[in-house]
Design a protein around this ligand. Structure first.
Ligand SMILES: [Zn+2]
Length: 201
C-alpha cells in the first residue's frame, strides 16, 4: 500500500518562520491536490526541546553530540508546543491521518523523519510498503527521510514539485536530489501522479 509522507511542513520552515525555506509555502497546493489519492497520509513535525543542540548558542558536549552536521548551526526553530512548530495553515489537515513528531533528542539534528518517532512502525502497522515523500527541506529533512525510508525497505517516490530546499551552499538541493536518486528513489510530479492514480472513493 502507498502512503503520502509530508515532512516537516511547519510554520518555522515557511516564509516568515524562524528557519524559512524560500517558497516553502508553495508546496501546499500540490500536497493538497494529491492527498486524497492516498489511503494513508502521515505528517511529521520537527519537535525539538528548547535546549536542542542544533540551536545557535546552546552548550553542547562534543562527546555527546552525534549529529550529521556540527551542533549550533541553526537558529532556534520548531520548539515543542510553540506556534512555529505547528503544521503550516495552508496544509489541508482534513487529509492528514496521523502526525508523527521527531527530532526530540537534543544530541542530534534528527533530520530524518524516522529519527525519534515511531514512523517505521506506524507505516508497517498500516501495511505501507511504498511512500510518496513531500515536504521541507529538500537538502536536509527530506533527503535524510528518503535515505532512511530506502534503508527501512520501503519503496520511495519523491513528489518533485512538493519539496523545497535551503541551498546553504548553491547546488545543495541538486546534490540532494542526485543522492536520493542514486539511493533508489523515483521522482514524479504531482500532475503526473494525478493523471495516473484513481481518486480514493
Ligand atoms: Zn530541526
Amino acid at each position: 500500500m502507498d502512503a503520502l509522507l509530508i515532512v516537516d511542513f511547519q510554520n518555522d520552515f515557511a516564509p516568515g518562520g524562524a528557519l524559512p525555506v524560500a517558497r516553502g509555502d508553495e508546496i501546499a497546493a500540490p500536497i493538497n491536490a494529491i492527498a486524497d489519492r492516498f489511503a494513508f497520509v502521515v505528517a511529521t513535525r520537527d519537535w525539538h526541546p528548547p535546549d536542542h543542540g542544533s540551536f545557535e548558542g546552546v552548550e553542547v558536549d562534543p562527546d555527546e553530540w552525534h549529529g550529521i552536521d556540527p551542533p549550533g548551526i541553526w537558529p532556534v526553530h520548531c520548539v515543542q508546543g510553540t506556534p512555529g512548530a505547528e503544521l503550516h495553515p495552508a496544509l489541508d489537515r482534513s487529509h492528514v491521518d496521523r502526525v508523527v513528531d521527531k527530532a526530540q533528542d537534543p544530541s542530534t539534528q534528527g533530520y530524518s523523519s524516522f529519527h525519534g518517532g515511531n514512523l517505521a512502525e506506524v507505516l508497517r502497522e498500516h501495511g505501507v510498503d511504498h511512500v510518496y515523500v513531500t515536504g521541507l527541506a529538500t537538502d536536509y529533512c527530506v533527503k535524510n527521510t528518503v535515505l532512511d525510508a530506502v534503508r527501512e525497505g520501503f519503496g520511495v517516490t519523491v513528489v518533485e514539485d512538493a519539496i523545497r530546499g535551503i541551498d546553504v551552499k548553491p547546488g545543495d538541493c541538486e546534490r540532494a536530489i542526485e543522492e536520493m536518486r542514486a539511493a533508489g528513489a523515483d521522482f514524479v510530479s504531482s500532475s503526473e501522479l494525478l493523471a495516473r492514480a484513481p481518486a480514493r472513493a
